[in-house]
Write a protein that binds this ligand. Structure first.
Ligand code: PLP
Length: 268
């Protein structure tokens, strides 16, 4: 089935990179897929999922929780926000997100911090929001991320997250720019990760790699691969408005070896 194939693929990538597979988190991205798919994967032992849009996530989480609460001993789910966060959605995200992978500006940090503090006060959450600072490898800010060519800005934002109440800096995140060689992109990201790491005594993670490029990301130190298509199959593209412009694979889902028939297999 798709999950076993994906785990084997990640294991192979780790071995090829001379790394241990268990130091790389496999985060399934369930955007555009229904709560029922989350419940199936949860039943297979997966307890963390990534979403990219606040409204879709909130609705899905509520539905998943309604179904989980009737089960006994259901392990709690950790939800990761991997998409860009509009500032007016920060408060809502801070109520459900275990981690946020795409934080890239100071105003968002302030809004997330306020939301997290409130959620902690109300007991809606019990731990800080784990934050990855997103860096942009080509400086195209429309696609998100702090320009990697401006290290001082990266440092300032990381420090802002580190100092913010209710937030915890856990690492960097990056996505290869369109038409870039993935190896080159992740090598650049790894260099920035190493540079930023020098300023912190706790180990920083690296959220990098998706269905089409996880091998290159693992080779360059990824500690969390965010995989949608290779696990769940192509996303239903209903309207261009709901397509998150992150990578070619999210605009035109590729039919890769790993994703062939995966949608049927994992529900079988
Ligand atoms: C959709 C998405 C993914 C998963 O992409 P696939 O190519 O389907 O694996 C990973 N990261 C982010 C930020 C996404 O929006």
């Amino acid at each position: 089935m798709a999950l076993a194939a994906l785990r084997a693929r990640l294991e192979q990538a780790a071995v090829a990179a001379g790394r241990a597979a268990d130091e790389i988190e496999l985060l399934p991205i369930t955007k555009f897929f229904p709560a029922s798919d989350v419940l199936i994967l949860h039943g297979l032992g997966i307890s963390a999922f990534g979403e990219s849009r606040e409204q879709e996530a909130s609705a899905k989480i509520a539905e998943v929780n309604r179904n989980l609460s009737v089960e006994q001993n259901a392990s709690p789910i950790r939800w990761h926000m991997v998409g860009r966060i509009q500032r007016n959605k920060a408060r809502a995200v801070a109520r459900w997100a275990y981690a946020a992978h795409s934080v890239d500006n100071a105003k968002l940090v302030a809004a997330l911090s306020r939301g997290a503090v409130q959620a902690l006060d109300e007991g809606v959450r019990t731990a800080p929001v784990r934050v990855y600072v997103q860096v942009s490898l080509d400086g195209d800010e429309r696609r998100g991320g702090v320009d990697v060519g401006r290290p001082q800005l990266v440092d300032e934002l990381c420090a802002a997250v580190h100092d913010a109440a209710g937030l915890e800096l856990v690492g960097l995140m990056g996505i290869p720019p369109l038409n870039w060689d993935a190896e080159e992109a992740f090598a650049r990201l790894a260099a920035e990760h190493a540079r930023v790491q020098e300023g912190y005594s706790h180990r920083l993670g690296l959220s990098a790699g998706m269905s089409g490029d996880l091998e290159a990301a693992v080779k360059h130190g990824s500690t969390c691969v965010r995989v949608g298509t290779a696990l769940l199959g192509p996303r239903p593209l209903t309207s261009p408005a709901v397509v998150t412009p992150v990578t070619p694979s999210s605009q035109t889902p590729p039919i890769t070896r790993a994703s062939e028939g995966s949608r049927d297999e994992h529900t079988a």
